[in-house]
Design a protein around this ligand. Structure first.
Ligand SMILES: *Cc1c(COP(=O)(O)O)cnc(C)c1O
Length: 357
């Protein structure tokens, strides 16, 4: 067996210890004689697993009592529609900050459900605008933004302040990477396949008072936060195996010291990589200091030929999936929680010794 350092943006690397434990438990989970993948989601055994995972997520993230945790499907992309369908009052409006492709897609999806305003969009996705540049409507049903921009490699260095207007955040590519104050948000959503587990699971954390809102009448019940909360995410079969893997990932995070320790480690890894890029004569990083992501690190040479040579030669050394998103070009190293520091060190070494000729 030979494992590579996989810098994919998602689905992405998972902790090796998690995969090994999943493999060990694959055929016979806890003397049940079956895999978690094979269990009825209505069985006592599985319900206990699922409730345990929710409890652990609450502990690790510090989710307050007056929030529900939902385990859904459809990815972050379905949430682009579910959020406005559930949260915009009839004839209502919402504010969207556009700082990259996913936040733009979220805005587009919302246009069908209300009067949508752009709180900020400079078209320059290398920097996150400061709070005083946000155009905020105090009558908006909510304010939506994407905390970490997976494609452009930027992160909001602050949580937007919006007064009484609830903040909704797409945290797909940064959830569990560091502690966050959940109480500052009305709703957080994230697809699992970046930092939480396999694709197919979407986590929604929603404040109880938002469940009081009248959802769009013609909406499928499966998309209703209120209905899903009432059914404890079990209206139909939930992404059962993905939820179990999330539990293993949370155990792993806890074992390393929780989200504070995660932040230390992630900061260290990102600093190593940014330093190597900044010192390099060949590569530069488009994301501006102060807005740089710890999770997705974008860099480029300015020459497509050099970039593709870099990507090809890196792969030979076991550093794979470094090609940037088609919208951003160049390279992107996604260094989620599960990327060991050794992988980053190896990439740094390769950047330092890379010969453009
Ligand atoms: C990956 C990603 C998405 C899309 O996720 P899907 O699960 O494929 O729908 C949305 N937003 C962000 C920030 C992402 O990183």
């Amino acid at each position: 067996m030979s494992r590579v350092y996989n810098f994919s943006a998602g689905p992405a690397i998972l902790p090796q210890a998690v995969l090994e434990r999943a493999a060990k438990e694959m055929l016979d989970w806890n003397n049940t004689g079956m895999s978690v993948m094979e269990m009825s989601h209505r069985s006592k055994t599985y319900i206990a697993i699922c409730q345990g995972v929710e409890q652990k997520l609450r502990e690790v993230m510090g989710v307050p009592e007056d929030y529900k945790v939902l385990f859904l499907q459809g990815g972050a992309t379905l949430q682009f529609s579910a959020v406005p369908m559930n949260l915009i009052a009839p004839g209502g409006k919402a504010d969207y900050a556009v700082t990259g492709n996913f936040s733009k897609a979220a805005l587009k999806a919302a246009l069908r459900y209300g009067e949508i305003s752009t709180a900020v969009d400079t078209g320059d996705y290398s920097v996150i605008e400061p709070q005083n540049q946000l155009k905020l409507d105090p009558e908006a049903s909510y304010f939506h933004y994407c905390h970490n921009n997976t494609v452009y490699g930027t992160v909001w260095p602050y949580i937007p302040q919006t007064g009484a207007v609830p903040v909704v955040s797409d945290m797909s590519s940064c959830i569990l990477s560091e502690p966050i104050d959940v109480s500052k948000f009305g709703l957080i959503y994230a697809g699992a396949q970046k930092n939480m587990g396999p694709a197919g699971l979407t986590v929604v954390i929603i404040k109880d008072d938002l469940l009081e809102r009248q959802p769009l009448a013609a909406m499928p019940a499966l998309l209703s936060y209120r209905e899903q909360a009432k059914a404890e995410s079990m209206m139909n079969t939930p992404p059962a195996y993905g939820i179990y893997i999330l539990g293993l990932v949370l155990d792993w995070i806890e074992g390393l010291g929780g989200l504070k320790a995660m932040r230390q480690l992630n900061k260290k890894k990102a600093a190593l990589l940014y330093k190597a890029i900044d010192e390099s004569e060949t590569f530069s990083c488009p994301a501006e200091a102060g807005s740089r992501s710890m999770m997705n690190i974008v860099f480029k040479s300015g020459s497509e030929e050099t970039d593709s040579k870099f990507i090809k030669e890196a792969a030979v050394k076991g550093l794979v999936t470094l090609k940037g998103h088609r919208a951003a070009g160049g390279m992107r190293a996604s260094i989620y929680n599960a990327m060991p520091i050794e992988g980053v060190e190896k990439l740094v070494e390769f950047i330092r010794t890379f010969n453009t000729k």
